[in-house]
Design a binder for this molecule. Structure first.
Ligand code: NAD
Ligand code: ZN
Length: 354
């Protein structure tokens, strides 16, 4: 086994929008039901930007080490963490947004653990994966097969699980058409791939030629550029296979407007699944057409442990190939700037050794 150092590199902030400090901090010690994961790569999710900016109505731990898409190697086990044999020293493991939950409330018992009132959130209510050594509950880390590359799999730990779950929640059936709103971003690029693997047709909505090109390469049947369209609702309907609109809409955008448009172009009997979390935003839909078109509008929030294992299995079987760029952990501020400006097509993954 590798020796565990006393200190490590991490990205830490003490106040919202305050300096992101790349510095040495102590390596944490896992509690009895926790494991210590030597994070090799971590994705950067827009949620990490929300946490830094403090724009959600949910308190953030401060000072904070952000990050919740970590992939690495298990280097220590708390006294009870290895008891059921699920996690072993040397296993490759993923640290997710859901760092832990109580495992005994109504929601946990029904495997809806993201809804647990006592859930701890990586890189939000507990320190996350923007560090070289991260602690997580043994019951919640994802096991990653050893032949799967840790850089490419990192974004699956949040983005992949979330869109896979959202697509299941949409109820769309193989052959049907799903609109992916925010298709050019991290969640969007993976949604295009999971949808394809699940036998669905996709219609991508985002802006700019880079994102158009990426979405087309990822299998979208059409791309609607929201920055150029003068009638988005009509353009989306027209781009659906029979002109009646997509069977489902997966909303991943980081602005409010698309949340007001989706019910207008979704097909009758269709569903609108809200996943993106733009700050201070509300949902709005016309009551008359929601009723007479029998539209289902719902939220979807990450996934449970099984969704995580399934999402990783799709990836391990080679079905999910979305582009990502690698930067050093020290370069997080630059990645946040690009993300704020909407300039990232796909995902950024950070190498914690740089
Ligand atoms: P991202 O920045 O990589 O991608 C967001 C995309 O939305 C960008 O490509 C942007 O151009 C696009 N966009 C902005 N306005 C749009 C519009 N009007 N129409 C269409 N597209 C538009 O972000 P991400 O990491 O993919 O995260 C997306 C959102 O999902 C964030 O708010 C994040 O916090 C949230 N999220 C939710 C969950 C959950 O469980 N519900 C999980 C992870 C992330
Ligand atoms: Zn995330």
């Amino acid at each position: 086994m590798t020796d565990i150092p006393k200190t490590q590199w991490a990205q830490v902030f003490e106040s919202h929008n305050g300096p992101l400090e790349y510095k040495q901090i102590p390596v944490p010690t896992p509690g009895p039901d926790e494991v210590l994961v030597n994070i090799k790569y971590t994705g950067v999710c827009h949620t990490d930007l929300h946490a830094w900016q403090g724009d959600w109505p949910l308190d953030v731990k401060l000072p904070l080490v952000g990050g919740h898409e970590g992939a690495g190697v298990v280097v220590a086990l708390g006294e009870m963490a290895g008891q059921n044999g699920r996690v072993k020293l040397g296993d490759h493991a993923g640290v997710k947004w859901l760092n832990g939950s109580c495992l005994s409330c109504d929601f946990c018992e029904a495997s809806d653990e993201p809804l647990c009132a006592k859930a701890s959130l990586s890189g939000y209510t507990v320190d996350g994966t923007f560090q070289q050594y991260c602690v997580a509950k043994a019951a919640h880390v994802s096991i990653i097969p050893k032949d799967v590359p840790l850089d490419a799999v990192a974004p699956i730990l949040c983005a992949g699980i979330t869109v896979y779950k959202g697509l299941k929640e949409s109820g769309a059936k193989p052959g049907q058409c799903v609109a992916i709103v925010g298709a050019g971003g991290g969640l969007g690029s993976l949604a295009l791939q999971y949808a394809k693997a699940m036998g669905l047709q996709t219609l991508a909505i985002d802006a700019g030629d880079d994102k158009r090109k990426m979405c087309e390469e990822l299998g979208a049947r059409a791309f609607v550029d929201f920055s150029k369209s003068s009638n988005l609702v009509e353009d989306v309907k027209k781009a659906s296979p029979d002109g009646l609109g997509p069977h489902a809409v997966i909303l991943l955008a980081v602005s409010e407007k698309p949340f007001q448009q989706a019910a207008d172009y979704v097909r009758a009997r269709g569903s609108v699944v809200c996943i993106g979390l733009p700050a201070h935003a509300s949902l709005k839909a016309d009551v008359f057409s929601t009723v007479t078109k029998m539209i289902n509008i719902k939220g979807s929030y990450v996934g449970n442990r099984r969704d995580g294992a399934e999402a990783i299995d799709f990836f391990a079987r080679g079905l999910i190939n979305a582009p990502y760029k690698v930067a050093g952990l020290s370069e997080l501020p630059k990645v946040f700037e690009l993300m704020k400006a909407g300039k990232i097509a796909g995902r950024y993954v950070l190498d914690t050794s740089k």
